[in-house]
Ligand binder design. Structure first.
Ligand code: SAH
Length: 370
């Protein structure tokens, strides 16, 4: 087997090589080494896979018939199983995708006046166990493959033929920085003009802030960074996000100060507002202090109530007071609207809890993947 063939896994009992998820370079190598064709065949396949989002070799008319027949035998182009598509009153659509090993993940498509944003998952479940997050309650099963990450975009787009997805956010189930080896090649394909064609300015990765991986991400990618902060003192943030014990606030903020921001970009700081927990004016003041020296904009997210935790969303007057405190300090701030609440599609409501897999400890998984 060639290197390329070895690296990409064979799933679902189908021994044929899945081409979905392969980069342009890999497909060119595949064309030469496996198909024994010239490398430009790889470029043709790349366009069929990602630009024309075709999964049937027989219609690839610019590929010679003999090559198509060979591909039919030894290769395939996978798809996610569409288990359910729920539409919210506000136009938000939630997809539940079935994976080849029977697990499932969700994506959410959010229409706004000037944007159509797709929120995608990067892991089945999540090992980080943030106290307020529903996904974390169901434990963690595994990383998604490149194919599974890209197919969420390709197949969601097929549900919106009249309007192109404009923005991608890696804010669904999972911690993307624990899966950089699949996330980065998938986002490379998403950014390729002959691939899905998204500008790096329109893709945002959201993380709890794992420091070694954050540095690697800064080196290897130009896509936008969003960091889930949610607390302004170490005890408060640790109670909400146990990862803060390993990477406390002072280290995280120092890493953000060092983060190599491409020209004109800002880091988005996500801050959930939870009633009586982190929503006081003192918190807002501390937040201003923490952000000093960091080109940041703050995204305030009123907590989405759910039956799995006792946390409640902040009072409107506290949200406004918090926001005002930031704006007075000239911190660029916006408050995120809750979308798709009636179909449990809002932030932190994606249902990893349906996956019944043994829960693995956070430390174990974080260590293993470094
Ligand atoms: N692991 C990454 C990406 C997934 S979570 C991260 O933590 O950033 C995406 C965002 O939704 C995070 O900011 C997360 O803290 C937030 N979130 C989780 N549960 C929420 C809830 N119930 N209400 C509002 N936001 C929530």
């Amino acid at each position: 087997m060639t290197l390329v063939a070895e690296r990409l896994s064979v799933a679902g009992g189908d021994a044929r090589q899945d081409l979905m998820g392969m980069t342009l370079d890999e497909l060119c190598t595949y064309a030469e080494e496996v198909l024994e064709e010239r490398s430009f065949r790889g470029r043709q396949l790349f366009k069929w896979l990602y630009q024309k989002t075709c999964s049937d070799f027989s219609v690839m008319t610019d590929v010679a018939k003999t090559v198509r027949a060979r591909l039919q035998e030894i290769a395939r182009i996978s798809r996610l199983e569409e288990r359910s598509v729920q539409r919210s009153r506000d136009g938000t659509i939630k997809f539940l995708w079935g994976l080849e090993d029977g697990l499932q993940v969700e994506s959410v498509l959010i229409p706004e006046e000037r944007r159509l944003t797709l929120c995608i998952s990067t892991q089945v479940g999540c090992p980080l166990d943030c106290d307020f997050c529903v996904t974390g309650k169901g434990g963690y099963a595994r990383n998604l493959s490149r194919a599974e990450i890209l197919l969420q975009i390709i197949q969601a787009q097929q549900h919106s033929p009249e309007r192109k997805i404009s923005n991608i956010v890696l804010m669904g189930m999972g911690e993307p920085l624990l899966n950089l080896d699949s996330v980065l090649p998938a986002m490379e394909i998403a950014q390729d003009n002959e691939g899905l064609g998204f500008s790096h300015r329109r893709i945002t990765l959201s993380t709890v802030g794992l420091l070694p991986q954050l540095e690697e991400f800064g080196r290897r990618s130009r896509i936008n960074l969003a960091v889930s902060l949610h607390g302004t003192t170490n005890p408060q943030r640790t109670a909400l996000m146990p990862i803060n014990r390993k990477y406390p606030l002072e280290d995280l903020m120092a890493a953000l100060r060092r983060f190599p921001l491409p020209h004109r970009k800002q880091i988005t700081i996500e801050y959930i507002l939870i009633k009586g927990v982190n929503d006081s004016v003192e918190d807002a003041r501390r937040l201003v202090g923490l952000l000093r020296g960091i080109p940041a904009k703050v995204n305030l997210i009123p907590y989405n109530n759910n039956p799995f935790t006792d946390y409640k969303t902040s009072e409107q007057r506290d949200i406004l007071a918090f926001q005002e405190e930031l704006m007075e300090a000239r911190v660029h701030t916006m408050t995120r609207l809750n979308r798709g609440e009636d179909i449990d599609a809002a932030c932190g409501q994606l249902g990893g809890y349906k996956q019944q897999r043994p829960q693995r400890r956070q430390a174990e998984v974080v260590e293993e993947q470094r």
